[in-house]
Design a protein around this ligand. Sequence first.
Ligand code: IPM
Ligand code: MG
Length: 361
Amino acid sequence: MQKNIAVIKGDGIGPEIVTEAMKVLDKVAEKYGHQFTYQEVLMGVCAYRATGVPLPQETIDICKKSDSVLLGAVGGAVGDAEIAALPGHLRPEAGLLGIRNELGVYANIRPSKLFKPLAGACPLKEYITENGLDLVIVRELIGGAYFGKREIITNDKGEKAAYDTIIYSVSEIERLVRTGFEMAKKRRNKVTLVDKANVLESSRLWREVSERIAKEYPEVEFTCMLVDNCAMQLVRNPGQFDVIVTENMFGDILSDEASMITGSIGMIPSASLGATKCGLYEPIHGSAPDIAGQNKANPVATILSAAMMLRYAFDLDTEADAVERAVETVLEKGYRTVDIKDEGCTVVGCTEMGDLICAEI
Ligand code: IPM
Ligand code: MG
């Protein structure tokens, strides 16, 4: 199989972790007889410095023409006052939101699974996770407060004020909720809609639409949960969840929480999918500028994102399984990056972790 992959390394630890993921993809290509070609494009602070905007048109064009997009992370360095002071539309994060929107990837799939060898890195008490923890957050990615009307205004008392709007149409909710139900059918047949329907009108619409769609999936158990309760349940009894379906901002917040209970945010991949096969594959963590360039970053989230690319974009399930198994084996053998270090384990750098995973494929 021949595939063209657009690669956005981005800022901070982005280049290091993406380099390891490309190494793993090359190993897969060699072993299974595929050919992956890469085209590197700029986004984030590096793009702003080179071109004056965080998301150059060339990046958009190349990503749209590619078979899939692999992304590291974007974001300014700690204490970089110039980047921190940029207006919203020039900030590196605007590049990230822009590319998600340009590619139309409305469904962000964020699995949180407790790898057995990492049980010691899980901050929860053992009895809470003894039955395992394996959930997926299906987060709406190109709507809600992230894309709604926003403004800085002067209020009627003459004071500076600002607002953001959460707005969702029925069709935007429908397509996301359907993605969640389809995912549940391939897993444990359980969907939890997370919302704030006791307060927000937009959440009440999510509930109305989801309840209607749930009727099309009688085999799937459907429940609704308020977001504050969900935040609590994730640390009280995370094993109760299979597929969580939720709007953009709730999904952003809950997926960070769900990642930490698996040991480290450095372990969690994501796939952002739309109507076409060309998805965007990125770790859920940020650019971690404080550890950039020190060979300390955990490349596993990006490597597992590459595995999701093999599975969802290229239908290469065997290859994706091989990558996931390789990660598990390396962890079983006791190798850890510093974020997941544990007693008796061997701490390795980003490059070594990539090499070890390649060696197991
Ligand atoms: C994420 C990140 C982004 C988001 C930021 C960097 C804009 O936190 O992918 O979860 O909020 O979507
Ligand atoms: Mg986030």
